[in-house]
Design a binder for this molecule. Structure first.
Ligand code: 3H9
Length: 681
């Protein structure tokens, strides 16, 4: 008897309801319920049609990711699906929540699919380094055509019900809150119409034109080469769809299986599956239980309408939370508002939102020239210049102005939250909310816990990240918190290495090939050498380039030269500056390294610093560091982040390499390496 399935019959319509919290993943219990329910109704002559639906918050959210790599148990999903598809009674999938991955694939073996308007359907396996391995690559192209199917599967984004209806992924919309009844009514109508049952696998019309056209699939890969760089899953997805078009269905299924197995046993999928759970784990804080009371955040104040303040503001406007935006001068305020409007209008021009939505979001801003306007907000985020004196002055004032019970947050990237909190009479209400630039885009929110920050404030701040579509990672107080602190080691290593022989382009290429969007020198040129180099008193390489007015892409080139189209080429001037600076420092040049060695030189120090963060208790767990780096610095997710990557490289190798660079490896790193242990589990 299934623990999670109920089967009842309403006037000849069999209704299978599966309720396996939290998300009805297709683990063994769910498969037992499906197998049992469909067999029962297949054999019951009183049942003329079947509705498949789920209890709880969603339709099946996919295969149970935690089962991958473990010995199979219970009914096989493919066999259950074949049973459904070959039934001689119509089967209707009635969808709410999210029908994803294997969940949508189950819906695709049903003869019809209906969904409530709030539902989403899709095949997001690519985010796990996989392809839809339960027939999705074979059936979706038969419904929407190969090109749309490729976009849906390589993009991985779920499709809203209305759009899904337009493209044929579902057959009808149901009424919100009435899905079961609508499913039964839909099935009854099918019985009345008595149309012959059609299986998706038998449909040919959308794929026939693409048969024997390898150039279409090669062209698709070539067109998307940039987006797919370094990733295995999109390539295998494309080849699986090609098989769907070229081969008979059962052979196509075999090809899908081979391509799936190749992915599921490979390192990229292992890393991405690890990352899936890492992201969810980050929300869990041992001494702040999930039921800790959270404070409602209905009105927000942001101090500073500069780049960060403006980006932070947009996050709240996007989810309908009004923001009081404070600046010191009308001019700065106007400039900030203009930038926000320009960003939204840019999105509207790209068709991502309507002009009306632009106006609605702008209308949620209350511009103000005095912090007095913040008296009644629920949360204030200060985003002014990084200067302790200024921050303390602001927090001292906020303490007097803002109502009791509101959260006072600083967006500082480096500074001591406890010192900032000491300027108030309520340090338990003070927290760091560190956004990453561009703040409306980057998905990381570092929540910095001060010595006295209350549990309610922590719980609310962690939750807030989810509200605004970000992932919150908890950090303790230290210079640079998690992401900036560990990544500073990469910059340091790059700056040292370039003096010893490897060129900026060799170093950047090694990191680009590793999977970063750009290397440190290309990044410095993009941001501006004057910005990066600010504040350093002694002579630096960066400073020498700035002294020649080489500010990067914006002026005269930096580590590279640029043409009018901003295409980079190696710079003889920069090469000379590097040589001179090395001579000034007395550094011997001539070191030659392979790309792999360069990557180790730059990234092992990051791992080492990550381990120190764990030793100091700044990060709760290694996987939090990986999440922070992937979301805050675009560390390639398919490596799993620095800590997971270090495990896959081998910790002893990391230790030995650090020593050969003259860097003392962290104690825990040495211990784990000796024990043959890992950093991230
Ligand atoms: C697949 O289907 C392969 C097939 O093609 C081939 C098969 C042969 N498995 O995200 P949440 C857990 S691959 C196991 O916080 P939300 C999650 O860890 C799969 N566990 O909720 C968390 O646990 P905890 C393709 C899962 O409301 C809890 O559920 N499908 C799975 O923000 C709540 O999750 C996908 O990739 C799973 N599949 O979002 C969809 N899904 O509470 C993956 C969730 O212990 N899932 N959990 O931390 C999602 O995108 C989101 O969970 C969803 C809900 C949108 C459904």
């Amino acid at each position: 008897m299934s623990e999670v399935g109920t089967y009842d019959v309403v006037d000849g319509i069999g209704v299978i309801t599966v309720d396996n919290p939290p998300v009805n993943a297709l683990g063994v219990k769910t498969r037992v319920a499906l197998d049992e329910g469909f067999r029962k109704f297949a054999d019951d002559p009183s049942v003329k049609a079947i509705v498949l639906t789920c209890g709880g918050r969603t339709f099946f959210a996919g295969a149970d990711i935690s089962e991958f790599g473990k010995p199979p148990q219970g009914p096989n999903l493919h066999e259950v699906m074949a049973l459904v598809e070959n039934l001689k009674k119509p089967v209707v999938a009635a969808i709410h929540g999210t029908a994803l991955g294997g969940g949508f694939e189950v819906a695709l073996v049903c003869h019809y699919r209906i969904a409530v308007p709030s539902a989403k359907v899709g095949l997001p396996e690519v985010a796990l380094g996989l392809l839809p391995g339960a027939g999705g690559t074979q059936r979706l192209p038969r419904i929407v055509g190969p090109e749309a199917a490729l976009d849906i599967m390589t993009g991985g984004k779920p499709v809203g019900a209305k759009k899904a209806l337009e493209v044929g992924m579902i057959d009808a919309l149901a009424t919100e809150g009435q899905l079961r009844e609508d499913g039964i009514a839909f099935a009854r109508k099918l019985l009345m119409e008595a149309k012959p049952l059609q299986r998706v696998r038998d449909r040919e019309d959308k794929i026939a034109d693409f048969r024997g056209k390898p150039e279409f699939f090669d062209g698709y890969l070539a067109r998307n080469a940039r987006a797919f760089r370094g990733l295995k899953a999109p390539v295998n997805i494309t080849r699986a769809v090609q098989a769907a078009v070229d081969l008979p269905f059962d052979e196509g299924m075999k090809r899908e299986r081979e391509l799936f197995l190749e992915l599921v046993s490979g390192p990229q999928s292992a890393a991405l599956r690890y990352y899936f759970f890492a992201e969810r784990q980050a929300a869990k804080i041992p001494d702040v239980p999930a039921d800790t009371p959270k404070l409602p955040i209905r009105k927000v104040g942001v101090i500073g309408a500069g780049t960060m303040g403006g980006g932070i503001t947009m996050n709240f406007l996007n989810v309908g939370i009004p923001v009081t935006l404070v600046e010191t001068t009308q001019e700065a305020l106007d400039r900030g508002l203009k930038v926000i409007r320009r960003n939204y209008e840019g999105s509207a021009a790209k068709g991502r939102m309507t002009q009306q939505q632009v106006e609605e979001r702008m209308a949620l801003i209350t511009p103000a020239l005095s912090m007095d306007a913040l008296a009644n907000v629920d949360l204030v985020i200060e985003a002014v210049f990084e200067e302790m004196g200024l921050k303390k002055e602001i927090f001292g004032k906020l303490d007097k102005i803002v109502r009791q019970g509101a959260i006072l947050a600083s967006n500082t990237s480096f500074l001591d939250i406890d010192e900032i909190a000491s300027a108030t009479s309520r340090p338990e209400w003070v927290v760091g909310l560190h956004f990453f630039s561009p703040a409306n885009v980057m998905r990381l929110l570092e929540v910095v816990r001060g010595a006295k920050t209350s549990k309610e404030v922590i719980a609310t701040s962690m939750d807030l990240g989810k509200t605004i579509g970000k992932v919150s990672v908890l950090a303790g107080v230290c210079f640079g918190f998690i992401a900036n602190r560990v990544m500073s080691k990469r910059s340091l290593a790059a700056n040292e290495l370039v003096l010893r022989g490897p060129t900026p382009q060799q170093i950047d290429k090694a990191l680009f090939d590793y999977g970063f969007a750009m290397g440190p020198f290309a990044m410095t040129d993009l941001v501006g050498l004057d910005v990066i180099g600010r504040g350093s008193g002694e002579r630096t390489l960066n400073g020498d380039l700035v002294a020649l007015d080489r500010l990067g892409q914006k002026k005269n080139g930096g580590y590279y030269d640029y043409d009018e189209k901003r295409k980079a080429s190696p710079s003889p001037v920069a090469a000379k500056v590097i040589e001179d600076f090395a001579a000034y420092k007395g550094i011997e040049r001539g070191l030659t390294l392979s790309d792999e060695e360069i990557v180790g030189r730059l990234l092992f120090p990051v791992v080492n610093e990550g381990v120190k963060l764990l030793e100091e208790g700044i990060a709760l767990r290694a996987s939090d560091i990986d999440v922070a780096l992937i979301l805050g610095y675009n560390w390639p997710a398919f490596t799993g982040g620095p800590m997971h990557w270090a495990d896959s490289v081998g910790l002893q190798k990391v230790v030995d390499s650090l020593r050969s660079m003259g860097i003392e490896p962290a104690k825990t790193l040495v211990e784990r390496a000796q024990q043959g242990g890992a950093l991230a589990k």
